[in-house]
Design a protein around this ligand. Structure first.
Ligand SMILES: [Zn+2]
Ligand SMILES: [Zn+2]
Length: 263
């Protein structure tokens, strides 16, 4: 079966359910656990914006022209504090209004460390799953992406803003992390004009991933260097497939790659 890779579709359940999703057709991946899976890249990469072939992928699935012009690849995606949607500005004003001038959450997610992040309120818990978080809590709710970005920046001196993906894939967690305690420490750290955005909701979400065994070491492969990846699928966490031979592959990074799946 041949198809263009997209980031894996996820659904929360007792154990997160994963699926390859191409044009709305879903292939459930949890069923492949413990089975031999082969992924072959055909050499084709299709830009996710206009489905045109590109030699190289920029910023998770864009051709260069789209990477520097598409609203989905604008700098405020990675740096919410640069967002100008609330000012009626941006690469595409309609896109910004619809996606960024909307309620956003600032959250804390825990694995072996606590990470701060920003996402649109509709992207919870998808965003947490994509990052492979073990536990997460909502810290603040803001009317737009920019304001959430300012809070995130204010907290970057206290918390990491990136997941340590090697440790995440080795299932190294710090169980002593108390997210409620971490959240309320913020009352002392945040500037007073940001305190109004803190939420009262102290619910901690816990996520369980479909993993049979975690590897002790991980080697991350890319289709560019290894067009054929084969192994017994031992787990899925974040946007990574984990194979028995300590090999992992970040599916999201290969958005737009045409692959052939044999399983
Ligand atoms: Zn393009
Ligand atoms: Zn924006």
């Amino acid at each position: 079966m041949k198809f263009i890779l997209n980031k894996m579709h996820t659904e929360v359940s007792d154990v997160v359910q994963y699926a390859f999703d191409f044009s709305g057709i879903k292939i459930g991946l949890n069923d492949y656990l413990g089975k031999r899976v082969q992924l072959n890249w055909t050499g084709i990469i299709q830009c996710r914006k206009y489905a045109k072939n590109t030699k190289k992928s920029f910023g998770e699935g864009f051709c260069y022209a789209c990477f520097i012009s598409a609203p989905e690849a604008s700098p405020c995606i990675l740096h919410p504090e640069l967002c100008e949607a609330h000012l009626g500005k941006g690469r595409d004003i309609e896109y910004e209004e619809r996606n960024h001038n909307q309620p956003h959450f600032v959250y804390l997610a825990a694995t072996d460390i606590v990470k701060v992040g920003v996402t649109r309120s509709t992207q919870i818990p998808t965003r947490w799953i994509d990052q492979g978080a073990k536990k997460a809590i909502i810290l603040a709710e803001t009317p737009n992406r920019y304001q959430a970005g300012l809070i995130e920046v204010a907290l970057k001196s206290v918390f990491a803003d990136k997941t340590n993906w090697q440790n995440m894939l080795r299932n190294i967690n710090d169980d002593s992390i108390d997210l409620v305690e971490e959240k309320w420490k913020m009352e002392e750290i945040l500037p007073s004009d940001m305190l109004d955005f803190l939420t009262d909701d102290d619910e901690i979400s816990e996520l369980n991933y479909p993993v049979l065994t975690y590897p002790e070491k991980v080697t991350s492969l890319s289709f560019d260097k290894t067009p054929e990846i084969t192994g017994t699928l031992t787990g899925i966490r974040g946007q990574y497939l984990i194979f028995d031979n300590q090999i992992v592959i970040n599916i999201r990074r290969h958005t737009g790659y045409e692959i052939e799946l044999n399983a």
